[in-house]
Design a protein around this ligand. Structure first.
Ligand SMILES: *Cc1c(COP(=O)(O)O)cnc(C)c1O
Length: 359
């Protein structure tokens, strides 16, 4: 089976965790600090604060930006559920703006339609590794005085106009095993705002200002030095991993573009798309449903997945919360999308096998 994702771990990572194990410093310590400094420098942000997951990074970023009860946060309905849930954790209300058909990312025009006097923040998701339209989004934030939070959990190293995502607003990253950079469980917040950085640092460690002095309600969202040691090694390889993902995607697009009824992913202008996922659309013209294609690829040893089959506003939890939005572009995407393996450990043979099976 060609898996949909596979973390690439080498002797460097094994040596690095062995060193941490022998040192006995197993929780947040020197390795976390080093990883934060190197990650901030890589993204081009002033500060980076490590957490134990992408979800806790999102929660902490929202709280650190002062988002809370009564606030509305505009976000995308077509993504993993974590970003919307983090808004709920903060006691605020997620407001869903539909996506752009070509990029799968939130549509700036739909954002504007949803702004009210309660709107405090914009939580955009750079889905599948492709940056949102940051030109339009930065303009909307400026004109409406909105805080920008970026869910960059799938977009480590992705760029818009030569600037890395996570450096536009407050960025949130995940290092879950399927992501472009892996630590197991792990996350990171990046920001240029000193106040947000200071607050985030407290929130991830029980609101502590000095040892056993707690200034505010916080959580245990600390990263371990074990995770950070892996992250330091992975960060050195990230650009090479992304380069391989981009090359794999180019090969797939060249071949899949020739098949009627399948739409390869579109790379939007001014972006560096880092292909966390390679996501095609299976349209009616293909003569087979997305689910049938997925199943038949599975039988041929290719692990294709639908990311994401149910938009967030249609999830049982959100229906129970009263969401009744009609978001047709997201709903159509949820029925048509299929992600194919694109990860850096694919061989030339794997790529040929995927394309052959598709044909
Ligand atoms: C993975 C992911 C998250 C959550 O990250 P975890 O580390 O699994 O908590 C959030 N948003 C998006 C878009 C993701 O892909």
């Amino acid at each position: 089976m060609i898996p949909i994702s596979r973390p690439v771990m080498g002797p460097e990572e094994i040596k690095a965790i062995e060193e941490v194990l022998r040192s006995g410093a197993l929780t947040q310590g020197a390795k976390v600090k080093t990883f934060e400094e190197q990650f901030a420098a890589y993204i081009g942000a002033k500060y980076a604060i490590a957490t134990n997951s992408g979800t806790s990074a999102l929660h902490t970023a929202l709280l650190g930006s002062g988002i809370g009860t009564g606030d509305e946060v505009i976000t995308t309905p077509f993504s993993f559920i974590a970003a919307a849930n983090a808004v709920l954790y903060a006691g605020a209300k997620p407001v869903f703006a539909d996506i752009d058909e070509a990029s799968f990312n939130i549509d700036p025009e739909k954002i504007e339609e949803n702004i009210t006097n309660r709107t405090k923040a914009l939580l955009v998701v750079h889905l599948f590794g492709q940056p949102c339209d940051m030109g339009q989004i930065m303009k909307i934030c400026r004109e409406n005085g909105l805080t920008l939070i970026e869910d960059a959990c799938q977009a480590h190293g992705a760029e818009f106009d030569g600037k890395k995502v996570g450096a536009f607003g407050t960025g949130c990253f995940s290092f879950y095993p399927s992501k472009n950079l892996v630590t197991g469980e792990g996350g990171m917040i990046t920001t240029n705002d000193k106040k947000v950085a200071e607050k985030a640092e407290m929130i991830r460690n029980h609101g502590q200002t000095k040892t056993y002095v707690h200034d505010m309600l916080g959580y245990n969202y600390r990263m371990t030095d074990l995770a950070a040691a892996i992250g330091i090694c992975q960060l050195k390889k990230l650009d090479a991993f992304n380069k391989k993902r981009i090359k794999n995607a180019e090969f797939l697009t060249k071949e899949i573009g020739k098949i009627d009824g399948l739409i390869p992913p579109r790379v939007m202008p001014n972006v560096k798309h880092v292909f966390h996922q390679y996501t095609i659309r299976v349209t009616e013209d293909f003569g087979m449903s997305r689910d049938e294609l997925k199943q038949r690829l599975g039988k041929k040893g290719i692990d294709a997945r639908a990311y994401y089959p149910i938009p967030i506003h249609k999830q049982p939890l959100y229906k129970k919360l009263g969401y009744r939005d009609d978001l047709p572009i997201s709903e159509k995407a949820a029925n048509e999308v299929l992600s194919l393996p694109v990860h850096p450990s694919l061989t030339g043979g794997d790529l040929k096998k995927i394309v052959g099976a598709m044909k």
